[in-house]
Design a protein around this ligand. Sequence first.
Ligand code: GLA
Length: 397
Amino acid sequence: MPQLESRIAELVEKFTEVYGSSPELIVRAPGRVNLIGEHTDYNDGYVLPVAIDRDVLVAASRTSDMHVSLYSVNFDRVAGFDLDRPIRRDSVNKWSNYPRGVAVMLQKRRKRILGVNMVVEGNVPLGSGLSSSAAFEVASALMFKALNGFEMEDTEIALLCQAAENEFVGVNCGIMDQFVSCLGKKDHALFVDCRTLDHESVPMASGVKVIVADTMKKRGLVDSEYNLRRSQCEEAVSILRTYLPNIKALRDVTVSDFKSHGHRLPPTVRRRAEHVVRENERVLESVEALRAGSVVIFGRLMDQSHESLRDSYEVSCRELDVMVDAARRVPGVFGSRMTGAGFGGCTVSIVADDSVKDFLEPVPEEYKSRTGIEPAVYVCTPENGAEILPYTEPSVS
Ligand code: GLA
């Protein structure tokens, strides 16, 4: 994988080729992998993701008008929109909808933004559930902030980017992806309370690596099933409220509440709610385990999370289950689970440093022999959240 320095050099070269001068700044925003706490964010619950060393880079300069020009290195395409006209979704250059949505949300919040020239390049695999879209939104927001000189806290940027995704792009996601892309910390996982947005960086266990395995199964059903799960969770809350009048979301239902009242729910809704209630509990236990340096317990909780997502929340698929099964056969794998929304995409495994070599070839081989699909495997390092990269615009002599 090309190093950051060489990617930046190529980005600057591309920017200069497209716009005739070098950029004023370069922004980086990472993708993410969630270690545990799946389908809990939109239930006001807890999550524990890491920002990863796969990111979106944006090079940009101000212009003297109200036009935003975009060039995507990955798609080799140009797009653009005017800030002084209604900004609409682009159904051809869909990738350009992320900065469009961010611009709309900034305008809604009365931030004055002026025209820019942008080049974007990313190495977060697209459509595999590692949040390339959140990364592009966050990079765009940070760029507009820096070039237009307004103040905005990281938490507010995350919320703004989530609003762009929900209201402009039309995907009803929770806050996790944008939040960790803004606030991730190197060598740490980010424990987030998705109701209060209180957060804490928790040191990653030492002596282990985070391995992401992409099943390369396109996440077909994800949007409709995701929305269905959300409404089933809401249904559970509205039924349980008769017995637990103070609850606002499944986050407020404890395991013991659930034992007392879960039987009041229709069977499918009951399984969905049980996943969320227990998954929240698992996140809290995982944070304790990481703090205590107990990677064995942490791994076991990850395994349980997968079982629950497969059997109760029913968002796994054969490919994810095969990948998890193949990973767990490797001695030195502490835990392995599907990560993200599900129905395809990636698994995440926690693997002892010494066992990484025993993972990198055998797991993809077994997966391929059982599914016929060639997967992609990445050893990921937890990285910092979005930032303006040190870069000095060459002076004109
Ligand atoms: C997607 C969404 C997140 C979260 C996960 C499931 O990645 O974007 O907000 O809901 O699914 O945990």
